[in-house]
Write a protein that binds this ligand. Structure first.
Ligand SMILES: [Zn+2]
Length: 129
């Protein structure tokens, strides 16, 4: 006796060959297209958060260097879990990078913002001499 399989896209019971996963090619294409769109949506969501973060950093740090309480950035909607990279100075300070901005959080929950240039090696390590 055959178990009745259902099409993962339209949920109809599949008839005909038992090795079929979808009822037809249209359902198969739609199914994979839908998965792909959901992935794109996820990436878009992250990009949106990153751009929002960058916008906040630019607004808070227009002159290239400033320190603010962590809660101040949180109130502006900054998402500390969204960054584009990490950078560790020779002294072991860890900076979170958001595109061309970087920040470091100290033990007093203050955030030190700097502009992160491509030659960051020199720029960031100069901050805490
Ligand atoms: Zn179907």
């Amino acid at each position: 006796m055959n178990k009745q399989k259902k099409c993962p896209y339209c949920n109809k019971i599949i008839t005909g060959r038992t090795d079929k996963t979808f009822c037809n090619d249209r359902c198969r294409n739609n199914y994979y297209y839908k998965i792909n769109c959901e992935k794109k949506g996820f990436i878009r969501e992250i990009n949106t958060k990153l751009l929002k973060n960058r916008g906040i950093l630019r607004t808070v740090n227009p002159y290239g260097r400033v320190s603010v309480p962590k809660i101040y950035l949180e109130e502006l909607g900054f998402d500390f879990s969204c960054f584009t990279g990490l950078y560790k100075t020779k002294k072991g300070k860890e900076y979170f990078i958001v595109y061309d901005h970087a920040f470091n959080i100290d033990e007093n929950q203050r955030v030190h913002l700097v502009v992160f240039y491509s030659d960051a090696q020199t720029v960031v390590s100069q901050q805490h001499v």
